[in-house]
Design a binder for this molecule. Sequence first.
Ligand SMILES: [Zn+2]
Length: 320
Amino acid sequence: MDANEVPLPPPFTLHFSTDLIAYVHRATSLAGFPTCTMILDDENTTIPIAPQLIDVVDVLHDGRHSTVYVGRCQDSTEVALKFTTREDVLEEAGSYDYLVELQGKVVPKFCGVLYGNDSRGNDILCLMMERFGNRLDQPFHKLPTVEKAKILNKLVKIHDCGLHHLDFAERNVLFDGNDYRIADLRYVSDCDGSCSWTYDFEEHVGQDDSESMDPSMRCSEIRSEAMTMLFWHDAKLRLADLFWVSKSEDLPPQHVIDRLDVRTGIALHTVYYTEDRRLLILRFFRLIQQKLKNGEPLERLEREQMRIMYDIQKEWHKER
Ligand SMILES: [Zn+2]
């Protein structure tokens, strides 16, 4: 060996389970598949892993851009192995290196990049990371507010480090039953200057309004993600699919509101201005809530809702 030549570190062996041999997926092109060797470049790792045999037992995700496998180490620790293009692997590894402080808190812990070859000698790369939970399986807006707050605060942490996650979506949020990690850092970009968002979502659970001039909320991206998640709307009710109002004792809960198909302007053949309609609808639901509190069954109110609204409109016309 040349005196200047750095010896290669000992390789990892990936052994793909029988279930993963029967069909074609990204890793099948690795030389020697189903038993392949790869070398780890473990710069900035937060989980040091010694070269060893890893049993690849499952596919977590198989998509257009990447395939993520579950690998089981000799001590039974599970790792996620993400195969994608060389460019994307290196790009994402760069983001993990940059977010080293957030690994294991906001983003998954990173072990390094594995380098291998196909049978023609072309590079095949994958990212090795801790295996953290599973992808979120429900839309953000359906989560309880306190959970939305936890996820949004993690997004804020990424912005604090000067990066924007440009593909912030349910499929890129991992949940282990208790905590979250934001994954897929392929599409992150530098912010212009530092992010000045300081509003803490977990301290504002139940707040039903966001003042657009609030100096703690100066980041249009975070604001827009929070709006999409309906973070400030969980303390609100949506009436007649028309407008939002703050929750209150005078109004029935959303699931009751959703059972009533309130219409205005039908019985009296009148066209109402939006403001008038809002007022009538609000009166209607306040009356419904009163009746419910007086013990009237919802089924009866459902049957009588047209007449109840008719009376409200008649009353309103008399007042004018
Ligand atoms: Zn920002």
